[in-house]
Design a protein around this ligand. Structure first.
Ligand code: PGA
Length: 249
């Protein structure tokens, strides 16, 4: 089974109109990529990003509300993201799980809402350092997958991102063996739960301090189908070599 690789950038709470030029530079550097490229800018830029980005760059959101409409001040629904031109949404990022105490059940509801709005979802899972030190990593990942991913997914509309919390924005990266162990485990869980059709076609991204200098090694690990990149996705100069590494993987 060949899975098309995905280079996804999560700009988090960074970026203003001036940042849109990074999309143009990125597209110029990759007119015809072998992988999918996705940028998830802050919500304020989605509409303009979707209108200005060349077609080889997809645009996504970073969160959505589980309801389609209603009295939820400050929130954005999956339908609104789709209407603004997003094709994907990141759900269950550890920063949302921490800052807003999002539970697996909350994430699952959002996933259902996003799929209902026609979006593809990137569901994030990952252990804390304390959980890794206690050798609980696989239990944590298995529990998050069971709780956060609903039954209705397909290999087309689901992407799973493994992001060890202690590796996000820290410059610390797990060993390639540690990454491989978790990615193989996620693949096995997907196949067991959804069967080979969905299980083997779902892409599994690694995220956490991916940089131009470590990307090629990470992309060589089995069952790593791309990356979810934070800091290094903010500028085309940093993200482009990561896309190139994935193109060549
Ligand atoms: P980082 O963030 O690349 O800045 O470590 C990754 C993420 O949170 O998706």
């Amino acid at each position: 089974m060949t899975r098309r690789k995905l280079a996804a950038g999560n700009w988090k709470m960074n970026g203003t109109s001036a940042s849109l030029k990074e999309l143009k530079s990125l597209a110029e550097a990759h007119p015809n990529p072998n992988c999918d490229i996705l940028i998830c800018p802050p919500a304020t830029l989605i509409d303009r990003a979707a209108k200005t980005a060349p077609e080889q760059i997809a645009i996504g959101g970073q969160d959505c509300h589980p309801n389609a409409t209603g009295a939820h001040t400050g929130d954005i629904s999956a339908q609104m993201l789709a209407d603004a031109g997003a094709s994907h949404v990141i759900l269950g990022h550890s920063e949302r799980r921490e800052d807003y105490e999002e539970s697996d059940a909350d994430v699952r509801e959002k996933v259902v809402a996003a799929l209902g709005a026609g979006l593809k979802v990137i569901v994030c899972v990952g252990e804390s350092l304390a959980e890794r030190d206690a050798r609980n990593t696989l239990d944590i990942i298995g529990g998050q997958m069971a709780g956060s991913i609903p039954d209705v997914v397909t290999g087309e509309n689901l992407v799973v991102a493994y992001e060890p919390i202690w590796a996000i924005g820290t410059g610390k990266v797990p060993t390639l063996d540690q990454i491989g162990e978790v990615h193989d485990f996620i693949r096995l869980r997907l196949v067991r739960r959804f069967g080979e059709g969905v299980g083997l076609s779902t892409r599994i991204l690694y995220g956490g301090s991916v940089k131009p200098s470590n990307a090629a090694d990470i992309f060589d690990v089995s069952n790593v189908d791309g990356a979810l990149v934070g800091g290094a996705s903010l500028s085309a100069a940093d993200f482009s070599p990561i896309v190139t590494a994935l193109d060549n993987a």
